[in-house]
Ligand binder design. Structure first.
Ligand SMILES: [Fe+2]
Ligand SMILES: [Fe+2]
Length: 412
């Protein structure tokens, strides 16, 4: 059992001014440490013979939490999960409580706070209800790997626990449910904050014991109901991302975080590649076969489309290789893999109509791919979205060509 002496110094012992309560870490919720109502701490008083130690009281355990002074009580909490209400003038013990067995730090092989963790953070006092709030780590699970963190609410005058408390801190952060709270690795060091009826506690990790994220936990000061758990990091940790990046380095850009079925995406892309290649061939044919008085402008449009479909084919082929697949350029079965058909077309208007049908097929199939890829493979999805936008432009160009030709009396 560790015994530690709490030394309290009080200014102006002979004619004591009203003692200012000290109810939260670093004096204010802003943690400034600045008491602008200090009744009279001036150099002459600090140097006066009556300035000095007022009392010494023994407590069980190391004291890391700043004592709270409120409502005629000095509240001291220890790493052995002992809490004391002391008289601020005499140091006499008014009451004491134990929160249960403190947690052995040796569980995580850590040199900090040896030998036990109980209450580490500075409590916070609510002057409107006379309640002081504290967190404690208690070794009350089946083994030291499964302790619990509690938020206590004590009447500072008597040490009696308030109804609805203690609250067991648990659950998963609302902004990152994949990293549930682990009471074993979690450490609560920052002073508690009381804000708008909620007590907030910040958690990190003992000795950076991994894996961990930071948590901010809120508990309703009246009811003891946990109101929030928020993670300071959302998503996969850097450490995990780095580990995955080193694994299967031969897969290039494909990491363990890749959410899509790679084989499926490669098959879909090869179908899109075939569709684009068939479009290139059809537009080329139409370009060279366009005849009649309106042919020149239309033929030019066909040529531009052919060039752009070729660019799409190249982009798709490149993505297939990035995904570790092989782009299928084989003429065997090209039409079978393509979504659109190859219709030579008789006359200008029919050619344009067939091209419009093909573009509409492309629009439909790319839109479907975008829905499938969603968040599973955002890179491929963005590529497909870009191509989709271009196909919609193509379809619109062709629609306008048909309209213009119809206005001029159709085919020459
Ligand atoms: Fe295309
Ligand atoms: Fe197109």
């Amino acid at each position: 059992m560790l015994l530690l002496t709490v030394v309290v110094a009080v200014v102006g012992l002979i004619t004591p001014p009203a003692l200012a309560d000290d109810v939260t870490a670093a004096y204010t919720s802003l943690r400034t440490g600045w008491d602008d109502n200090e009744p009279g701490l001036v150099p002459s008083q600090v140097g006066a013979p009556d300035f000095g130690q007022l009392f010494a009281s023994s407590v069980d355990g190391q004291v890391y939490a700043q004592p709270v002074v409120a409502n005629g009580v000095v509240l001291v909490a220890t790493e052995n999960n002992k809490v004391y209400g002391l008289d601020p003038v005499s140091g006499a013990q008014k009451w004491t409580r134990s929160f249960g067995p403190a947690w052995p730090v040796s569980t995580v092989n850590c040199g900090d706070l040896v030998p036990t963790v109980g209450v580490t953070s500075t409590p916070v006092y609510d002057s409107s209800t006379g309640t002081v709030y504290l967190t404690s780590k208690v070794n009350d699970g089946p083994d030291a790997q499964h302790p619990h963190w509690y938020l206590h609410a004590l009447d500072i005058k008597t040490g009696t626990e308030k109804a609805g408390f203690p609250t067991t801190i648990k659950g998963a952060p609302t902004n990152n449910p994949t990293v549930p709270f682990n009471p074993m690795t979690a450490m609560q060091r920052p002073g508690l904050l009381l804000l708008d009826g909620v007590v907030y506690a910040g958690f990190a990790s003992h000795c950076d014991y991994t894996p961990y994220v930071g948590y901010v936990v809120g508990v309703n000061a009246s009811t003891g109901v946990q109101t929030t758990m928020w993670s300071t990091e959302a998503g996969t940790s850097d450490e995990e991302i780095r580990r995955r990046a080193r694994a299967h380095i031969e897969q290039g850009p494909i990491t363990a975080g890749y959410q899509a079925d790679r084989e499926t995406v490669i098959r879909l892309l090869n179908e899109a590649l075939a569709t684009e290649l068939v479009c290139v061939l059809r537009y080329k044919r139409h370009h060279f076969m366009a005849t009649g008085i309106h042919a020149q402008a239309v033929a030019q449009e066909f040529a531009e489309h052919a060039t752009e479909e070729q660019a799409h084919a190249d982009q798709i082929a490149e993505r297939i290789t990035q995904l570790g697949g092989e782009p299928d350029f084989s003429p065997d079965g090209l039409l079978g893999r393509s979504h659109s058909e190859y219709v030579p077309g008789e006359g200008l208007l029919e050619m344009i109509r067939e091209d419009l049908v093909a573009e509409r097929i492309a629009v439909e199939s790319y839109a479907e791919m975008v829905r499938y890829l969603a968040d599973r493979d955002p890179t491929t999805r963005r590529l497909v979205e870009e191509i989709l936008a271009k196909e919609e432009e193509h379809a619109d160009d062709l629609r306008m060509l048909i309209q213009r030709l119809s206005e001029r009396g159709g085919e020459p």
